[in-house]
Design a protein. Structure first.
Length: 164
C-alpha cells in the first residue's frame, strides 16, 4: 500500500499544482492541501484510534522528539518535491531520484546508528550491489525520462509531412 501511495504522490502533487492555475504560487497552494490531508490522516486518525483504545496520553520526551523529527523530515522532503517541480523538474525524474536515493540514505544512516554485525567490513557484496543499482537506476531514469507529448497541432503537421 505504501509503495502505491508514495508512488502516486509525485504525480498527484504535480497535477494538483498545475490544477491550481497559478504559475507563481500554485505549488504552495497545493502543499497547503497536502498539509490539510496530513492533519486529517496523521493527527485526527491516531487521536481517534488512541481514544477508541482508551489509551493513556503519556508520551516520553524521547519518543516525542524522535517522532517530531521524523515528521519534520517528511514534511521538509515533501516541500522539497514542490521546489523541484517549481524548478521545472519532470515528475518522473524528481520522484525517481527521491525513491532511488531515499533507500541509500536510509541504509547509510541506519548502519551508522545500528552498525551491522561484524562492522562495515562484514557487508555482503549483494547489499553493496543493491546500493549501486539503486543509484544507477535513479540516474538512468533521470537521464532517459520520456519527453513530453507533442502538442496536437505539431503532431498533426508532422504526420501530414510524413504522408507527402
Amino acid at each position: 500500500m505504501t509503495v502505491v501511495t508514495w508512488g502516486l504522490y509525485g504525480v498527484l502533487l504535480h497535477t494538483g499544482q498545475a490544477a491550481m492555475a497559478d504559475p507563481e504560487n500554485g505549488r504552495y497552494k497545493a502543499f497547503l492541501w497536502v498539509g490539510i490531508a496530513y492533519f486529517l490522516i496523521a493527527v485526527v486518525g491516531p487521536a481517534v484510534l488512541l481514544l477508541a483504545a482508551r489509551s493513556d496520553w503519556a508520551m516520553p520526551a524521547g519518543g516525542v522528539l524522535w517522532s517530531l523529527l521524523a515528521g519534520t523530515s517528511g514534511a521538509v522532503g515533501a516541500f522539497c518535491v514542490l521546489l523541484a517541480f517549481g524548478a521545472r523538474g519532470h515528475p518522473a525524474a524528481v520522484m525517481s531520484i527521491i525513491f532511488a536515493g531515499a533507500p541509500i540514505v536510509n541504509a547509510i544512516v541506519a548502519m551508522a546508528i545500528h552498525p551491522p554485525a561484524g562492522g562495515f567490513g562484514g557487508l555482503r557484496w549483494q547489499f553493496l550491489a543493491g546500493i549501486a543499482l539503486a543509484a544507477l537506476g535513479g540516474t538512468l531514469v533521470t537521464l532517459y525520462k520520456p519527453g513530453p507529448a507533442a502538442p496536437a497541432a505539431a503532431a498533426a503537421s508532422e504526420s501530414d509531412g510524413a504522408q507527402r
